[in-house]
Each structure stands twice: as C-alpha cells, then as structure tokens.
Design a protein around this ligand. Structure first.
Ligand code: PRP
Length: 216
C-alpha cells in the first residue's frame, strides 16, 4: 500500500470555536493564550485516537471481573514543542499525556530569508524506535521550520509513521514539503488556509502566534 501524508481537520465545535477566537485580531493576549491551550488539548485528544498504544487486561469491579484497556506504560511518548509558539499548545498536550517526556526545540525564522535556525535543541541523541512523538507548532507556513524539526527527529531514530503534528493553521507549502519527504506522517490541524504571503505569513491565518502568546 502506498503511504501518503494524512492531514485531519477534526470537525469539532470546540476546535472551531477556539480557532475563531485566535483568528480575531481583537483577542487580547490573555485570552489568546487560553484559546491556544484549549486548541492544544482538543487537537491532542483527536491525535491520540489511533496513536497512543493500549494494552488489554482485566480488572475486578466491586461485582465481577471484567475486561479493561489501559494506556501501555512501556511505550515511550514524547512531546516536542517548537519554540516559541509551540509552547502555547504544550500545556493542553501535557494535560492529556502526563507521562510524556518533553523535548524542547527552539527554531526561529530569519525575517528576510524565512530560513529557520536552531537556537535550542534538547532532543536526545537517539529515540527508542517505538517512541510516539507529538510535535506542537501552531503554524505550518513555508514549511521550513517543521521540515527542520522532522529532519532532527528522524536522524535520531524517530519513525514518521509514529509521529503526529498538531498545529492550528497549516498552509499548502508546508503540507506539500511534508508530503514529499514524509509519507506516512499524520498532521492534525484546526484549519488549512490558502496562502502564505511574501513575508511568510499565512493568510488569513492568525498573525504571529509567538508574539500574540507572549505579548512581545
Ligand atoms: C513561526 C511559527 C512556526 C514557523 C512557521 O515561528 O511558530 O514555528 O514560524 O513558519 P515556516 O513554516 O515558514 O517555517 P517563528 O520563527 O516566528 O518563531 P516564534 O515561534 O519564536 O515566534
């Protein structure tokens, strides 16, 4: 079977609601932050469906023995927030995945060339090949940052088929690059927007997510 990049836009009313809030230019920083946290929570909930490994066992209820399914504690789970803006989605993700290890990756785009550079890399030298990896970054625009992140991860043994990206707004250039290089990867986005302008901003997008989260 040919593998393809999977991109899901979950048709969830709460995802739509919080997307509307973060798009609105009138939303103040404090509300923007909590809306991004909510999106992190709901997108992680959706992404975990067929991704988080479980194991079947039995438990004894007060009345009888019955089958039970638990999250498998043996399989490592990692969350990789792309700084800065990916930190906004981290809290919601961490709430749902309390046992996950968090590996920060700091990437910033040059405002003229739009090329990303790495200023912080807390990734381990090698990942267990079974590790489930969740990348958080609200914006996939030209795709430079997410492609850099994926290259850093796959060089360290991460399997793209076991990787999920959660983002708020994805744009075609980033999705095309991911599709060409990483078939088998899965992206969960609150929406897919049409274009990236010549300054590297997604249109209509939501502006600069990092600046709006941190008020800088
Ligand atoms: C933004 C955004 C993504 C990246 C997307 O980060 O949060 O990481 O740009 O753009 P790309 O797909 O064209 O690479 P930015 O570099 O502005 O840094 P920040 O998160 O610190 O604001």
């Amino acid at each position: 079977m040919t593998q393809r990049l999977l991109v899901y836009v979950p048709p969830h009313p709460l995802i739509k609601h919080w997307l509307g809030v973060v798009r609105d230019v009138a939303t103040p920083s404090v509300l923007f932050r909590s809306a991004i946290t909510e999106l992190g929570r709901w997108l992680t909930y959706e992404a975990a469906r067929d991704w988080l490994p479980t194991q079947d066992t039995t438990v004894q209820t007060p009345l009888a023995a019955c089958p039970a399914t638990f999250v498998d504690p043996q399989v490592p789970v990692a969350v990789v927030p792309i700084l800065r803006a990916g930190l906004g989605l981290l809290e919601g993700a961490q709430t749902l995945l309390p046992l996950a290890s968090i590996y920060h990756l700091g990437l910033v785009r040059n405002e003229e060339t739009l090329e990303p550079s790495c200023y912080l890399n807390k990734l381990p030298e090698k990942f267990d090949p079974q590790t489930r990896v969740l990348i958080t970054d609200p914006m996939l625009a030209t795709g430079g940052s997410i492609m850099t992140a994926m290259a850093e991860l796959t060089h360290r043994g991460v399997d793209p088929a076991l990787t999920r990206i959660i983002c708020v707004v994805a744009a075609p250039p980033a999705l095309q690059k991911l599709s060409a290089e990483y078939p088998g990867l899965t992206v969960y986005a609150a929406t897919i927007d049409e274009t990236v302008n010549d300054r590297g901003f997604i249109v209509p997008g939501l502006g600069d997510a990092g600046d709006r989260i941190f008020g800088t």
